[in-house]
Design a protein around this ligand. Structure first.
Ligand SMILES: [Zn+2]
Length: 495
């Protein structure tokens, strides 16, 4: 964070509020954190949904969380989430490769491979998920260092409870992957290509010690595993049953345990026709943009400009360079890149979001409002974008903007339960209005979802004491106090 923040904070040091948006957007100092981005999250969900349906689940039943980590890895924890490292997205040449990985991880979920450490995993998950946003909210409140501590501890807990899968479980997840890919009509070429790529990386870096391909350490890759995968993808085996040889491996595996013998259940209905070519192409176009955006956001600006030289006038290149220039506080150049993007696609909400973000973070708060309002409107008030608009409205320091800020922030917290940043902003709105009970209630919301039950309890009790008895807010304050007490008790019992 510091590296990125230095040139920018000079420009916006006058505005504490603007810093919050910066902290939310900038790379945290800790090695790993959750990366939240509306465009990338929606893309990954759209890539996963047909696979979920192929697995007999509902679209959206499992979601994808992006972790800021340059190593190539993906894993499951908590049962309803697939974690993907930014390094994996960067290493993938196309969306189809990532879909292969998602299908495999989904196989671990449907195979019940995570149940036996679900206790540990769910605990770690709740910290991991929230910590990046918590860091932003806490940094805004002046607790930057403490927030980083929480972040680091949370990540460690999450990684510690993630264990390598056994060979048997890998075979079962591969079988599921083949089944889901076939059933949804999605090509298996990407899966094979990606596994081969990881295997080559392993050879090149003299295997297991390398951080580059953590995926292959936690999901051991062998030559004949990939070969088997290729064969079963190519075979005419019905999509709803795992290939016979894999079933054998699963049931005869020496280290089989009851959990890992679960063969993924067949889907209710299997899509026979592959997705339309146009659908696949659209997904690939979106992936190229999201990948470039992630690269520009995470890499050193110099590297970004090498990789996406000025002569490259593709949308992904403009996208990546906009971030590179923004990180160097070259506002005009960054805006010129977003101008090219917005001209090409005037109704692309994510291009408008970036334009608004750059303006906001470089201190041009009033100018940031139109693109952020438009991005909010075009996404039907996506919680992350609406939260940024709410933040910008507050940062104008114009009391006339508080009503609109409250409205968009309320919509954001209503749709996204894991958005402590929006709750923090909402608390600021109430505080500015002198509505202290509701400001305390908003703090309690932010604290309970950030894993701070002690603070949440005192905020909730303070809110409860001053809110009208029996009102919905009063009930909510009681609710949070109860939740916080229960969490504190559980913590005491553990010690
Ligand atoms: Zn695996």
């Amino acid at each position: 964070m510091r590296k990125i923040a230095r040139p920018l904070t000079r420009l916006i040091a006058h505005s504490l509020a603007a810093f919050a948006a910066l902290a939310l957007a900038a790379q945290p100092a800790a090695a790993q954190s959750v990366l939240r981005d509306a465009e990338t999250e929606e893309l990954l969900q759209d890539m996963l949904d047909p696979l979920l349906e192929a697995a007999g689940m509902n679209a959206g039943q499992v979601d994808v969380v992006i972790l800021n980590d340059s190593s190539i890895n993906a894993f499951v924890a908590g049962g309803q989430r697939i974690y993907v490292h930014s390094g994996l997205i960067n290493a993938a040449d196309n969306a189809n490769e990532v879909q292969g990985v998602l299908a495999h991880e989904l196989g671990h979920i449907t195979g019940g491979h995570i149940n036996r450490f679900s206790e540990g995993a769910s605990k770690a998950t709740s910290i991991t998920l929230l910590s990046a946003v918590l860091a932003a909210a806490a940094a805004a409140a002046g607790g930057g260092e403490a927030a980083m501590g929480v972040l680091a501890a949370g990540q460690q807990a999450a990684m510690g409870s993630f264990l390598a899968f056994s060979r048997v479980q890998e075979a079962s997840a591969d079988a599921a992957m083949v089944s889901y890919l076939k059933c949804s009509g999605i090509s298996g070429e990407g899966a094979v290509a990606f596994f081969r790529k990881l295997q080559n990386l392993e050879y090149r870096h003299n295997v297991r010690q390398s951080d580059d391909a953590e995926f292959s350490r936690s999901h051991p890759l062998t030559g004949n595993r990939i070969q088997r995968l290729e064969e079963s993808l190519a075979s005419d085996t019905p999509a709803d049953s795992p290939p016979a040889d894999l079933v054998t491996v699963v049931t005869e595996g020496v280290d089989a345990d009851p959990q890992s013998e679960i063969i993924p259940r067949g889907p209710a209905t299997c899509r026979t026709a592959p997705p339309l070519q146009a659908e696949t192409a659209a997904l690939e176009t979106r992936f190229a943009k999201a990948k470039a955006k992630l690269f520009g956001y995470l890499a050193e600006p110099e590297r970004t400009l090498n990789f996406y030289p000025v002569a490259d006038t593709s949308e992904p290149a403009h996208y990546a360079r906009a971030y590179a220039y923004h990180k160097e506080a070259l506002v005009d150049q960054a805006l010129a890149e977003t101008d090219s993007l917005v001209t090409a696609e005037p109704d692309n909400p994510y291009f408008l979001e970036l334009r608004g973000q750059i303006l906001l973070e470089s201190g041009r708060v009033a100018d940031s409002l139109p693109p952020l309002r438009e991005a909010t409107r075009l996404t039907g008030a996506h919680p992350l974008i609406a939260a940024m608009l709410g933040h910008a409205l507050i940062a104008t320091e114009n009391p006339g903007n508080l009503d609109e800020a409250e409205q968009v922030l309320r919509a954001a917290v209503g749709r996204d339960r894991e958005n402590p940043f929006a709750w923090y902003q909402l608390g600021v709105v109430y505080g500015k209005r002198g509505d202290i009970p509701r400001a305390r209630l908003a703090s309690a919301e932010q604290q309970i979802m950030s894993g701070q039950p002690q603070l949440a309890l005192s905020s909730a009790e303070a809110a409860e004491a001053r809110l009208p008895t029996g009102s919905p807010d009063w009930l909510r304050a009681q609710d949070i106090a109860l939740q916080a007490r229960a969490q504190l008790e559980r913590a005491r019992d553990r010690n």
